[in-house]
Structure formats: C-alpha cells, structure tokens
Design a binder for this molecule. Sequence first.
Ligand SMILES: [Zn+2]
Length: 65
Amino acid sequence: MVTCPRCGSREVGKVGPRHYYCWDCCAEFNWRGGKLDVFLLDAEGEKRPLKLSALRIRPRPQPAL
Ligand SMILES: [Zn+2]
C-alpha cells in the first residue's frame, strides 16, 4: 500500500512506473534511483518541486511493487 508522503492519505493513484498522484492533496511523487521526488501542481498547472523537509511524513523505503 502506497501512502502520500505529504499528507499520509491512501487515496493515491498510480500514474506511471513508481510514479503516483495523491487525490487528497494533489501531490505527485515518484522514486528515482531510490530517491523520493515530490511535486505540487500550481494554479497554472506547472509542477513545482516540494522540499522533503516540508513533508509531514518521513519517506519510507521504496515499496516493492
Ligand atoms: Zn497527499
């Protein structure tokens, strides 16, 4: 089960290989080389990277999917 690293929600959809989207807070996140990247879509639909230090949830190791 994948949870959103930003809000902890489980309403997370898979949009690509190791690439997920949170329906609750609209964050996109993916694992790249074992590193978690989180993005937020702003009002113009542009992806803005989110600092990991801004996350409420500690990123967990990459799930084995
Ligand atoms: Zn979320």
